[in-house]
Design a protein around this ligand. Structure first.
Ligand code: PGA
Length: 255
C-alpha cells in the first residue's frame, strides 16, 4: 500500500499567485514511487488549482483535498461549502474535524459526524482528524486512548462501512500538543496510538482497508522516521508543506 502525504495549507498562502506557485512547485518534483500526495488549499484557491491539476497528465500527481465541508449541499447556510460543490471542482478528499476547527470554531463531534456522512454520500474521501490535548496526555497513555476512542465512536456514529466506503476513510492521529509546536510525537509513540486506532476501527466498526496517518510537526527531517514505520500509513503536514523546497524534499526522490 502506498504511503500518503497530505499538505494542509490551513489559511495560507496569502494570495492566489503564491498558492499557484506552491502548487506548481509540488507538481515539478519527481515523487517517490511509494507515496501519493494530497494537497489541501483554502477553498478560495481550489478552483484555480483544480484547473491546473486537471491539465496535468502526469502519473502520481498530487490529488486535491479541501480543509472542511458542510453537511448540506445548498440552502441558507451563510459561509458554508457543501460536498456537491467540492465534488464539482474535482476535489477528492476532505479534512474533517481538525483540532483547530474543534478549538476555534467549537466544532462538535455531532457536527463532524454529519459532515462525514454527507461527504461519504457524495463520494468524497474523508481525512478524519483525532487526537488528545496536552492535558489529557499528561494523564497517561490509557487516558489518551480513551479520549481518541471516544472521538472516533462519536464522529463515526451510525456509519456502516462496506468494502468500498471503508476505502473512503482515512484517520489522521494528530495529538494537539504536537501541532505547530515542533514537539512531534516520537514515531514509536505515534505507531502505538495508530495501532490502537486501527484495532478500534476494526473491532468497533468492522472497518477494513483504511489508512491511519500521523500529523503534528512533521517535516523534511523527520518524515522518513514516520513513513518507514509499518503501522503509520503516511503523514498530515501543516507548516512544512508551505515551503516549496521543504515539501519537495519530503515527497521527492531522495538523493
Ligand atoms: P503542523 O500541522 O505540521 O504544522 O504541526 C499539522 C496539522 O495541523 O495538520
Amino acid at each position: 500500500m502506498k504511503k500518503t502525504l497530505i499538505a494542509n495549507w490551513k489559511e495560507n498562502p496569502k494570495n492566489e499567485k503564491m498558492a499557484i506557485a506552491l502548487f506548481r512547485a509540488a507538481t515539478k518534483v519527481r515523487q517517490l514511487d511509494n507515496i501519493q500526495t494530497i494537497i489541501c488549499p483554502p477553498f478560495i484557491y481550489l478552483e484555480k488549482i483544480a484547473g491546473i491539476a486537471q491539465s496535468l497528465h502526469k502519473k502520481n500527481h498530487p490529488l486535491l483535498g479541501a480543509q472542511d465541508v458542510f453537511w448540506e449541499d445548498k440552502g441558507a447556510y451563510t459561509g458554508e461549502v457543501g460536498p456537491a460543490m467540492l465534488k464539482k471542482l474535482g476535489v477528492k478528499y476532505v479534512i474533517v474535524g481538525h483540532s483547530e476547527r474543534r478549538q476555534w470554531l467549537n466544532e462538535t463531534d455531532s457536527m463532524i459526524n454529519k459532515k462525514i456522512k454527507a461527504a461519504l454520500d457524495a463520494g468524497l474521501h474523508i481525512i478524519l482528524c483525532v487526537g488528545e490535548s496536552a492535558v489529557v496526555r499528561k494523564k497517561g497513555i490509557v487516558a489518551s486512548e480513551r479520549f481518541v476512542k471516544s472521538q472516533l465512536v462519536k464522529d463515526l456514529k451510525g456509519i456502516s462501512f462496506d468494502k468500498k466506503t471503508s476505502s473512503q476513510l482515512m484517520v489522521a492521529y494528530e495529538p494537539i500538543w504536537a501541532i505547530g509546536t515542533g514537539r512531534s510525537s516520537t514515531p514509536k509513540e505515534a505507531a502505538l496510538m495508530i495501532s490502537y486506532i486501527k484495532k478500534t476501527l476494526t473491532s468497533h466498526f468492522a472497518f477494513r482497508n483504511f489508512k491511519v496517518l500521523y500529523g503534528g510537526s512533521v517535516n523534511n527531517k523527520n518524515v522518513d522516521s514516520y513513513i518507514q514505520c509499518n503501522e503509520i500509513d503516511g503523514a498530515l503536514v501543516g507548516g512544512a508543506s508551505l515551503k516549496a523546497e521543504t515539501w519537495k524534499a519530503m515527497v521527492g526522490k531522495r538523493t
